[in-house]
Design a binder for this molecule. Structure first.
Ligand code: FES
Length: 238
């Protein structure tokens, strides 16, 4: 695997898939549901790969949600208050390394062996200072997104949508999420996230409704793709 030393960060990894040699090109880190439209992120990666390698085709593309802890160190170990449940999360893209470390640490903890990293990665730690500051910054960001989604002014109507286009539209006197599929069928949802009520945004790269507050994602017709939300968006009908 290659990781760029300069900005913006890019990674390259060779992979064999169904008898073909592919290269996974990664980068364009951003908060789910925030910033430029998702298709723009894919275009930036395509441009980079085109210059560097030349591209014959792009068989797959996807966005992954990557959880980050307040102090940016993964949580690995026992969940507080429960002696029997262990977690390993918050890897910040270092899943291969942190996954292996998690396996070693949790195995040691189950066998009650000492492990020098137990305290560092303890999921119930909370350090005032950096953690507290990040906590407030993140929550201020959630509050901003919560309000922004509620006051957004929308001019688009369902009749403005072309095939394979999604957007927030004004419909029946209110703002709703709409996607017109390639066959021209309209899919309407109440785009209010079922986790804590932020307004989801249309992701034009993956055709999904993404929540800018805590990263939940829903399919174009409202099914949950990614938590923390566990309840689908409400489907609406014309
Ligand atoms: S409000 Fe949408 S993920 Fe929390």
């Amino acid at each position: 695997m290659y990781l760029s030393a300069s900005k913006p960060t890019r990674s390259l990894r060779a992979v064999e898939w169904e008898g073909r040699n592919l290269v996974i090109v990664g980068g364009e880190n951003h908060k789910t549901g925030q910033g430029i439209c998702t298709i723009g992120h894919y275009e930036n990666l395509e441009l980079f790969a085109g210059h560097l390698l030349g591209i014959q085709s792009i068989p797959y593309r996807w966005s992954a949600q990557d959880l980050t802890t307040l102090d940016q160190i993964p949580y690995i170990g026992k969940i507080s208050g429960n002696e029997e449940i262990y977690i390993a999360t918050g890897f910040r893209k270092w899943g291969m390394t942190s996954g292996t470390l998690s396996a070693q640490m949790i195995s040691d903890q189950i066998q009650r062996k000492d492990n020098p990293y137990t305290e560092l990665y303890d999921p119930s730690r909370f350090k005032t200072g950096a953690s507290l500051k990040t906590f407030f910054v993140q929550n201020a960001n959630v509050a901003k997104e919560l309000v922004a989604g509620k006051v957004e002014i929308v001019h688009k109507k369902t009749s403005d949508l072309t095939a394979d286009e999604g957007a927030v539209v004004f419909h029946d006197g209110k703002r709703v999420g709409a996607y017109k599929d390639p066959e021209g069928k309209l899919h309407l949802v109440d785009r209010t996230c079922t986790h804590m009520g932020c307004e989801t945004e249309w992701n034009d790269g993956d055709r999904s409704w993404d929540c800018p507050c805590h990263g939940s994602r829903f399919s174009y017709d409202g099914e949950v793709i990614e938590g923390p939300a566990s309840v689908p968006l409400t489907k609406l009908y014309e």
